[in-house]
Design a protein around this ligand. Structure first.
Ligand SMILES: N[C@@H](CCC(=O)N[C@@H](CS)C(=O)NCC(=O)O)C(=O)O
Length: 202
């Protein structure tokens, strides 16, 4: 299998942590790509029409895309422990909450890095941060007991989202007002799978 990859992408990191946690690293070749909303990497378009990463080629069908699909596929190959049936809807909703933080955070970066300066829209950037902030508050107030339970994909996604906020939006200070989440992340970030997938600072 080939994984179209960039080390700074939080969506790719979800897949990488899943590969570590399920013991499948050796089965995937990483293919580095650079892709943006206005300049899709041409080599991935045959595999993923949206031109986004991650995308995963596989032996038993067309390439998979969207981190949620890829992570579920990889986990299913190894018995489905990261998406436990007994709490599947909670796990999926937690993953969606983390993905919403990532989406908002990535769009904020694109607005500054990809859009020409004279067309950047500060209110839009703040609205994206509003979405991330609300999701962080929901994690702090409603999800701590799930986060503290047995490892699942919701937890992995939240950790990747928080890691990305540290990488690109440290100045926003997500820990302030979210002390329980901050303490949880400090512990979770020590997992070997998280340490091995730390994004490069750039
Ligand atoms: N929902 C997708 C989002 C993936 C995504 O937005 N990836 C970014 C990199 S972090 C990307 O490929 N952006 C290029 C684009 O928007 O065209 C997923 O979960 O995989």
């Amino acid at each position: 299998m080939q994984l179209f990859h960039s080390p700074a992408s939080p969506f790719v990191r979800k897949v990488m942590v899943t590969l570590h946690e399920t013991g499948q690293l050796d089965e995937v070749e990483l293919v580095a790509v650079q892709t943006t909303p206005v300049k899709s990497a041409p080599e991935i378009l045959a595999h993923t029409p949206p031109g986004k990463i991650p995308a995963l080629t596989r032996p038993d069908g067309p390439a998979l895309y969207d981190s949620r699909v890829i992570c579920r596929y990889l986990d299913a190959r190894k018995g489905g422990k990261l998406y436990p049936e007994v709490r599947i809807w909670d796990t999926l909703t937690l993953e969606a909450t983390a993905d919403a933080i990532m989406e908002a955070a990535v769009l904020m970066v694109y607005e500054k890095r990809v859009r020409p300066e004279d067309r950047q829209f500060d209110d839009w950037i703040e609205a994206q941060w509003g979405k991330a902030s609300r999701a962080l508050s929901a994690l702090e107030t409603r999800w701590m007991s799930h986060l503290s339970g047995r490892l699942d994909m919701g937890q992995i996604a939240v950790a990747c989202a928080l890691g990305y906020l540290d990488l690109r939006h440290e100045v926003r200070g997500w820990r302030s007002g979210n002390p329980g989440l901050a303490a949880w992340y400090e512990r979770f970030a020590e997992r070997p799978s998280m340490q091995a997938t730390r994004p490069p600072v750039a």
